[in-house]
Design a protein around this ligand. Structure first.
Ligand SMILES: *Cc1c(COP(=O)(O)O)cnc(C)c1O
Length: 459
C-alpha cells in the first residue's frame, strides 16, 4: 500500500476508535488535525511514520530515563521473555520480582539510611502506587488502634494520578473539580508556589509561611489525619512548582511531631530526575511510604512500587482470623518482564554513574533558565535537576497570565514541533523534562529551539 494511503487509513481508524487521554476529542478528530504517528524511537529521538525524527523533550511523558532502545534494557526483557512473561504474586513468588525487591531495598538503605524502607508492594502505574499508599496508611492506623485517623492532608497543585483516591488527594482544579462529588474529603494546605504566593507573602518575609499553614492544620486535626501526601521538591503536573528550601524538611518534622505518616509520591521525581536519586534526599526527608513508577523501568514497561517502612508492615501481622491482611492486589503485580527492565535500569545506574554524568547538563539547564527568565514574556523559569518549567505571562510586572483560552503554552509547543522538538506544556508552563541520558549537544539544541519558539510566538 502506498505510504500516503496507509497513513490516511491509520489516521481514520485512530479517529474512529481511540479515545485519547486528557484530549478534547472534538479537536482531535477535526480533519485539520494530523497527529504524528510514531513508529520508531532511538536514543532521545522518536520517528514518525513519514520518517521524520523529533527530539523527545518530554521523555515519552516523563517515563523514559536512559534513552529509547537501550541495549541493556532491550536484552533484559528479551532474556526474561524466554523464561516467562508473567506469573502472579498472589500465592506464588517469581525470580525477577524477588531480585528487584532486594535491589530496591538496598537502594533505599543508601538513599535513606536506617529508615527501614524495605517492604516493596508491587503494582503497575503511578496512580495505583498512590492508592496502595493511601489504603496502607489508613489501615495501619486502624491496626494501631487509632480508628479516627481516616483523613488525608494534601497540597494545592498536587497531582497523584487519575484514579479516585489519587484524585481525592489531588489539587489541580482543572483536572479534578468535575469529580468532586465522588471524592473523599481531604484537608488541603497551600501549595508552596512562591512565584504566585498563595498566602500573598513577600519572599523575604515569608519564612516558610506555607509550612506554618501545614502546622496549623495538623495542630487542630492530627487525631483525624492518617497521612500527609506530597510530591517532594517538585509539584510536577501542577506546573513544575519547586519547593522553597527548608519546606520539605519542616514538613517532615511536623509529621513526626503530630504523629502523621508522610507519603512521598516520587512517581515523577524518582530515579535521578532532580539530580539526586530521590527528591526527598535533597532535604533528608525520608518518608514513611514512598511511591515510585514512571522511570522505574526506564520507560519500557508499566510497573510501580509502594515502599513501606518495616514498622508499617509489622502492624499488619497477625493471626489470619484477625483480618489484618492487606487486601489489595492487581493482576499484573510483580510482572517479570517489567521487573527485568527495572533491574537493567538499576544496573545502568550502577555501571555508568548516571547521577554524576548528568551534573554538567543540570548546570547548563540552570544557566539557561536564568537567562530565559529575562525574556519579556517569561514570568518565572524554574527547575531542579533535569526537571524544569518556564511560566509564560502576558504582563511580566503584574505577573498577569495569558488567558487559558489563548493556549499560549500549546502554541509555543506547536512551534517547537515545527522545529523538530516534541514537548507538552501544562497550561502556560512549558515543561522541560529530557531523559537523563540526553547528550549535551541535544540538550543545547532543545533549549535553543524552546527559546526561539517563545520569542517567535509571544508578544
Ligand atoms: C504521573 C504521576 C502519577 C500517576 O502515574 P500514572 O502512571 O500516570 O498513573 C502520580 N503521581 C505523580 C507525581 C505523577 O507525576
Amino acid at each position: 500500500m502506498p505510504l500516503e494511503d496507509k497513513i490516511r487509513q491509520l489516521e481514520a481508524t485512530d479517529k474512529l476508535h481511540i479515545w485519547h487521554p486528557f484530549t478534547q476529542m472534538k479537536d482531535w478528530v477535526n480533519e485539520d488535525n494530523h497527529p504524528l504517528i510514531i513508529t520508531e524511537a532511538r536514543d532521545t529521538f522518536i520517528k514518525d511514520i513519514r520518517g521524520r525524527w523529533y527530539l523527545d523533550g518530554v521523555s515519552s511523558l516523563w517515563v523514559n530515563l536512559l534513552g529509547h532502545r537501550r541495549k541493556e534494557i532491550d536484552e533484559a526483557i528479551k532474556g526474561q521473555l524466554e523464561k516467562a512473561a508473567h506469573s502472579t504474586l498472589l500465592g506464588l513468588a517469581n525470580e525477577a520480582s524477588i531480585e528487584l525487591a532486594g535491589r530496591l531495598s538496598s537502594l533505599m538503605e543508601k538513599s535513606f539510611p536506617a529508615s527501614n524502607l524495605n517492604k516493596i508492594f508491587y503494582s503497575d502505574n503511578g496512580s495505583t502506587a498512590v492508592e496502595v499508599a493511601l489504603k496502607m496508611a489508613f489501615q495501619y492506623w486502624r491496626h494501631r488502634g487509632f480508628e479516627k485517623k481516616t483523613a488525608f492532608l494534601s497540597l494545592e497543585n498536587g497531582y497523584h494520578g487519575d484514579t479516585l483516591g489519587a484524585v481525592s488527594v489531588g489539587g489541580v482544579g482543572i483536572f479534578h473539580d468535575t469529580f468532586r462529588p465522588l471524592l473523599f474529603k481531604t484537608f488541603k494546605a497551600p501549595s508552596p508556589y512562591c512565584y504566585r504566593c498563595p498566602l500573598r507573602r513577600k519572599k523575604e518575609t515569608c519564612r516558610l509561611a506555607c509550612a506554618e499553614k501545614v502546622e496549623g492544620i495538623l495542630k487542630k486535626n492530627a487525631d483525624k489525619i492518617a497521612a500527609l501526601i506530597l510530591e517532594p521538591m517538585v509539584q510536577a503536573a501542577g506546573g513544575m512548582i519547586i519547593f522553597p528550601s527548608g519546606y520539605l524538611k519542616r514538613v517532615r518534622e511536623l509529621c513526626l511531631k503530630y504523629n502523621v505518616l508522610l507519603i512521598a509520591d516520587e512517581v515523577a521525581t524518582g530515579f535521578g530526575r532532580t539530580g539526586r536519586m530521590f527528591a526527598s534526599e535533597h532535604e533528608e526527608a525520608a518518608p514513611d511510604i514512598l511511591c515510585l513508577s514512571k522511570g522505574i523501568t526506564g520507560g519500557y514497561m508499566p510497573l510501580a512500587v509502594t515502599v513501606a517502612r518495616e514498622e508499617i508492615y509489622n502492624a499488619f501481622l497477625g493471626e489470619y482470623a484477625e483480618l489484618k491482611t492487606f487486601f489489595h492486589g492487581h493482576s499484573y503485580t510483580g510482572n517479570p518482564l517489567a521487573c527485568a527492565a527495572a533491574i537493567a535500569v538499576l544496573d545502568i545506574f550502577g555501571k555508568e554513574d548516571v547521577l554524576t554524568s548528568s551534573r554538567g547538563k543540570i548546570g547548563m539547564l540552570q544557566k539557561w533558565l536564568r537567562e530565559t527568565e529575562s525574556l519579556p514574556h517569561v514570568g518565572e523559569a524554574r527547575g531542579l535537576g533535569l526537571m524544569a518549567g518556564v511560566e509564560l505571562v502576558r504582563e511580566k510586572r503584574k505577573k498577569e497570565p495569558y488567558p487559558w483560552e489563548e493556549r499560549m503554552g500549546w502554541r509555543v509547543a506547536l512551534r517547537c514541533l515545527e522545529k523538530g522538538l516534541f514537548i507538552r506544556p501544562l497550561g502556560n508552563v512549558l515543561v522541560i523534562m529530557p531523559p537523563l541520558s540526553i547528550s549535551i549537544e541535544n540538550l543545547k539544541m532543545m533549549l535553543e529551539i524552546i527559546a526561539d519558539s517563545i520569542n517567535e510566538t509571544t508578544d
